[in-house]
Design a protein around this ligand. Structure first.
Ligand SMILES: Nc1ncnc2c1ncn2[C@@H]1O[C@H](COP(=O)(O)OP(=O)(O)OP(=O)(O)O)[C@@H](O)[C@H]1O
Ligand SMILES: [Mg+2]
Length: 243
């Protein structure tokens, strides 16, 4: 069995007086993968922000490789090996692709050639400014940039959101190859339920700040009635309508 990388125990957290996460417990092994599913506004981003240390934790505990990180500041969590790709795809618009990839790089398997192998489009655009990339390329760059910090855990917040179906396919395929490389654990927040379940080993569905369903992705995929009740089956179609 792989060692536990991250463990949340009954975490309640939110912003100021408002508590969004209402008792979240989960475990992720070294190199493991977890899909986080759920409708809009249920607390998926808040869960990632809590793992990064950006929310107010009211109660519960969070452990990283056995160590309590509840009071560790976000920049120190990043240094411990927690990488994060925000839902807003933050890249440096006035730097080139290659500059974006070297600005925060740390030694490890994910160096610039390795991320270019993962995303050949970025190699072709290495001298383009961040601002001159398509939405899909910006997302690739945001993921690639996070990878060059060589995190032990990568948090991806809806990487496929708002992208054309053909780009969704290309990006999902690259994320799958990235996850298949051992060593980087991934928490994947997605509204493309089918894609997320095909990529991640385990999955949770969040509803109103709590985990309403959990299990292996395979089991969850077979439980269409629960997925329908908790998320609705037509998510990809809803996405395409530009929610
Ligand atoms: N900075 C904030 N301050 C106060 N409340 C917030 C803040 N950010 C989010 N919330 C609230 O927390 C709840 C959960 O939001 P969150 O962004 O985590 O949902 P989500 O599942 O990521 O939704 P989406 O699928 O739309 O990205 C919502 O009710 C939202 O209004
Ligand atoms: Mg969100």
């Amino acid at each position: 069995m792989a060692e536990t990388l991250l463990a949340l125990d009954d975490v309640r957290a939110g912003y100021g007086e408002s508590v969004v996460l209402d008792g979240i417990s989960l475990e992720l092994a070294e190199g493991g993968s977890l899909a986080v599913l759920g409708r809009n506004g249920v607390g998926k981003t808040t869960l990632l922000l809590t793992i990064m240390g950006f929310t107010r934790v009211v109660s519960g505990s969070m452990r990283w490789r056995g160590r309590d990180i509840g009071r560790v500041a976000p920049h120190r969590r990043a240094r411990l090996g927690i990488g994060w790709v925000a839902q807003e795809r933050e890249i440096f618009a006035s730097l080139t692709v290659e500059e974006n990839l070297t600005v925060a790089a740390r030694a490890g398997r994910w160096d610039v050639p390795a991320v270019y192998r993962l995303f050949p489009r970025l190699a072709e655009r290495r001298r383009n400014m961040g601002s001159h990339l398509s939405g899909g390329e910006q997302q690739m760059l945001a993921i690639a940039r996070a990878l060059t910090t060589n995190p032990a855990l990568l948090l991806l917040d809806e990487p496929l959101e708002g992208l054309a179906p053909i780009i969704v396919e290309e990006l999902a395929e690259a994320i799958g190859r990235m996850m298949a490389e051992e060593g980087t654990a991934v928490v994947l927040v997605e509204q493309h339920t089918d894609v997320a379940l095909s990529l991640a080993r385990d999955a949770v569905v969040i509803e109103r700040g709590a985990i309403a369903l959990r299990g292996s992705s395979r089991t969850m995929m077979a439980d269409q009635s629960s997925l329908d009740r908790l998320i609705g089956l037509n998510l990809t179609a809803a996405d395409d309508r530009g929610r």
